[in-house]
Design a protein around this ligand. Sequence first.
Ligand SMILES: [Mn+2]
Length: 438
Amino acid sequence: MENSVFVQRRAQLAAALQPDSVALISAASEQTRSRDTEYPFRQHSDFWYYTGFNEPDALLIISNRADLPVAQLLCRDKDPAQEVWQGRRLGPAAASETLQLQAAALTEQSSLLLQAINGSSRVYLDITENSALLHQVTAQIQLLKQREKRGDKAPAQLVDVTQLTAAQRLIKDQSEIAVMRRAGEISAQAHIRAMQYCRPGRFEYQLEAEILHHFALNGARYPAYNSIVGSGENGCILHYTDNSSELKAGDLVLIDAGCELAGYAADISRTFPVAGKFSPEQAELYQLVLDAQYAACNAVQPGSNFAKVTAAAEQVLTEGLLGLGILQGELQQLISDKACKQYFIHGIGHWLGLDVHDVGAYKVKGEEQTFMPGMVLTIEPGLYIPAGSPTEPRWWDLAIRIEDNLLVTAEGHENLTTAVPKEIEAIEQLMAAADAGN
Ligand SMILES: [Mn+2]
């Protein structure tokens, strides 16, 4: 992303603060995996959004005060001995130029933070997450209060910054949309690869390996979340990530996987038969979820909202489940009772962006958040019928979810993940062609 994008985002946040205020945004820290090894470093999404700077233990100070720069960065100093072991550091001098802001070493954090807080009317920070910073800020506020006779001034309020950052991140700009299109494309191709590789006798983790391989080969080294590959009854466990079972002919396999590219998540689910051909029951239930997914996608446009999209999907699911005899009763009653929720056990979708379950309000003053161009969301209806459900046993252990990523546009929406097939015929053809090729 161009540096000007980050400069513009910081200016936008500064403008959203109350007059004479500062906002503090922390970078993530390294997390221990075991003993002296760490998890792959993942930058804090807000910090990444405003800096594009991928080092741990940094702090961004944004201000709209006339006597302070719009943006100051505190980061690790250069240290040749440490860098030989732990990797390169940008250091304040290069950071200042590269990131187009004022930068100083972390050793100056205490004094620069005090300067930024002293005289500010409000201090915005994440009051739930970084308790070390919160402690430091409250200690400094106490100090300033003691020194008020000397002319120092403690801020009157600590405010949660995440409401402002979430509102800004909810609407994606052109550079974000370009990255998310690419993340969707890479993830779609990875799902295709898993469908092509799938055979009875192979294992769930082998499908996962195909997917991760495709992500990494295309510049997305890590998934956006732990990949779910659930065959047969495993598909009924929503966050199944053991991925350890052998794939059996006659079962469906549900895959929920998406890559992270330059910080941005894709989030795709597909369900297909292990042996490449849907049974009649599988096909009927699958087509029902697909019809519901189309109905929900069609309802994604400016002015719509998650409640309308949910209603569109639930209408189709309820009619279909009634038609198949899985639900019994009177249609309107079943719809108003939300009877389909017995088998459609999660929400229709969520915001998508730097976080897979991205920030952004779902309700605004008690009302549904209205869809606007630039918002990106998932549409993912599903049906899960575990063994023992009050249905004919032929439906048991079927689990189906179909999930795409949609960008709201002025005209309606753009589906970012259409490259991976979801029509029954298209899936069967793809898998048959892969079979013939081996
Ligand atoms: Mn999702």
